[in-house]
Design a protein around this ligand. Structure first.
Ligand code: GLN
Length: 551
């Protein structure tokens, strides 16, 4: 008999931003702690083919998978909470589903049929959900958006059909809702939850478990009331009280019985016990720091909390590993352009990061911050654009190439950063043109990088061959290598064919590293990324006045 995975569908009601992604990720972690194999997937109702073309202002960070998918940031939570690498095929959108169906229609695959939402779109959605699932015990599928949105209807219809087609004990519906507290009435209100469940019922889905987000403790009688009106068992009304740290969520949901209710629904009575101890220890380390440091992140999208989600989490992981109370100072790169405030914002930072980004806005501010870090001996990590700008800064201010720039910002006589039109991937030549579509034309996903054995980064990684995830169009112009080396820039990490610059270090500086990739995507709470661990260590040393100055 073939293995039958069980499907857990997570929908959201009342408002967005309820932490559906974290709930799904936490449930995944809890089931995994019982020895089950889980995979998490996300269905996004918007029309973009993927979030790659969306501004972080719209939808937060674009999370890049190992296999080069540009995906929703919730996949980052899934990876961090379960340690299971997400794949390109774990995230889809309305746009992608329609694009595939329409391509098939053009090919004539539908043999003259009228192509319709039901069954053609819903079949394509079901194919996405069911594909490649046999190696897993549980597939957790999060439906983006809020129940009641026009765009999410085909997704809800597809998961309704699956509930009917698969056996009842193979599918569970979890609905995440909000219980607002009205201060003047002194009460938690259950009506929006009731309405949201009605909305789900109107598309034929009766939720089995309600996950109720609340600021306050949910009294037993409120649970009974919700159960009565929403037609679920009182035990299946799970309180999701706000916590101060996202890594508290798995333990909190476990204590409320979320994983127990899921197993109960599936009639699994012999499940191994959950082991939440590692999560408890993690939170304890977080809560009991012995050091402190401040890291400044200079970026263009700092006003939007989710824009640098993975970076923020990677720093938290590294802070926990160093037992450090880490303050992250978000610094708007454009605000750095209004001198003389530049130094004010940076003086109490023990380390600086210039994050990845696109376009010209805020560039001068970032260059100013990099120069400051370079000259003052402040630990500096340049990620992707932050690495490219470190190269530009050095070329301009140490080599005197005043026109040094990236062709991303317009034509220049000194293109120290330029677009590669051809490179090797898996033994094959890949090309891209300057006029190609913006969507999906970048160097994306994991690439190998060879580190020089004498470099600081090789020591940090404890390895000379690393694999890191990329998302960019431009590269260091290797033609400037000799000149840049003469200014102290060491090309310590290169692609195996030596054509692409992956890591640079600065000679005579206590900690100055630029990486063309995004190390933050691989950091996990139980496997903090070595680069961030080392950066936070350097920041602590600087905070304690124990770090050397720049030569
Ligand atoms: N805009 C730069 C490029 O495309 C850097 C991208 C990034 O920082 N992710 O190469």
């Amino acid at each position: 008999m073939t293995h039958q995975p069980r499907f857990i569908f997570v929908t959201g009601g009342v408002v967005s931003s309820l932490g559906k992604g974290l709930a799904a990720a936490s449930l995944g972690a809890l089931l995994q702690s019982r020895g089950y194999r889980v995979r998490l997937r996300k269905l996004d109702p918007y029309l973009n083919i993927d979030p790659g073309t969306m501004s972080p202002y719209q939808h937060g960070e674009v999370f890049v998978t190992e296999d080069g998918g540009e995906t929703d940031l919730d996949l980052g939570h899934y990876e961090r909470f379960t340690g299971v690498n997400a794949r390109k095929t774990d995230n889809t959108t309305t746009g992608r589903i329609y694009a595939d169906v329409l391509a098939r229609e053009r090919r004539g695959d539908y043999l003259g049929a009228t192509v319709q939402v039901i069954p053609h779109i819903t079949d394509a959605i079901k194919d996405f959900i069911l594909a490649d699932t046999s190696d897993h015990d549980f597939i957790i599928c999060e439906i983006g958006g809020t129940v009641g949105d026009i765009e999410s209807l085909p997704f809800l219809e597809a998961i309704r059909q699956l509930g009917n087609e698969l056996s009842h004990r193979q599918v569970v519906y979890i609905h995440v809702t909000l219980l607002p507290y009205l201060a003047h009435a002194g009460e938690i209100k259950t009506k929006p939850t009731q309405h949201s469940v009605k909305e789900l019922l109107s598309v034929g889905i009766q939720p089995d478990i309600l996950l109720c987000r609340t600021e306050l403790e949910l009294a037993e009688d409120a649970k009974r009331k919700i159960a009565l009106f929403c037609n679920v068992q009182p035990d299946a009304v799970i309180q999701g009280k706000n916590v101060s740290n996202i890594y508290e969520v798995p333990v909190a949901y476990h204590n409320e019985g979320l994983d127990r209710e899921v197993l109960k629904h599936f009639n699994i009575s012999d499940a191994p016990a959950a082991n939440v101890q590692p999560w408890q220890e993690l939170v304890q380390s977080w809560q009991n720091p012995t050091h402190s440091a401040t890291i400044g992140i200079v970026g263009k999208y700092v006003g939007v909390a989710d824009s640098y989600k993975s970076l923020q989490e990677a720093l938290h992981h590294a802070a926990i590993a160093n037992r450090c109370r880490l303050t992250i100072r978000w610094i708007d790169s454009e605000s750095l352009e209004a001198k003389p405030t530049v130094l004010d914002q940076l003086t109490d930072c023990d380390a600086l990061i210039v994050a990845g980004g696109f376009g010209q806005r805020g560039i001068e501010g970032k260059l100013g911050a990099i120069r400051y870090a370079r000259e003052q001996g402040i630990p500096y990590l340049g990620i992707c654009l932050g690495m490219q700008l470190a190269v530009i800064e050095l070329a301009r201010n140490k080599l005197g190439l005043t026109e040094a720039s990236s062709t991303e910002f317009g034509s220049t006589s000194e293109p120290v950063i330029g677009m590669m039109t051809e490179w090797q991937q898996g033994g094959q030549v890949v090309t891209r043109g300057t006029r190609d579509d913006m969507g999906g034309t970048m160097r994306l996903g994991a690439y190998p990088c060879q580190l020089s054995s004498t470099s600081m980064v090789a020591k940090i990684y404890g390895s000379e061959l690393i694999h890191e995830r990329h998302r960019h169009r431009y590269e260091v112009n290797i033609g400037y290598r000799q000149q840049l080396e003469s200014a102290g820039l060491k090309f310590v990490g290169l692609s195996p064919d030596q054509q692409l610059t992956e890591v640079v270090e600065l000679a005579g500086h206590p900690w100055f590293v630029g990486v063309q990739f995004h190390p933050e995507f691989q950091s996990k709470p139980f496997a903090p990324h070595p680069l961030f661990v080392s950066l936070v260590k350097a920041a602590i040393a600087r905070h304690q006045g124990q770090l050397g100055a720049a030569a």
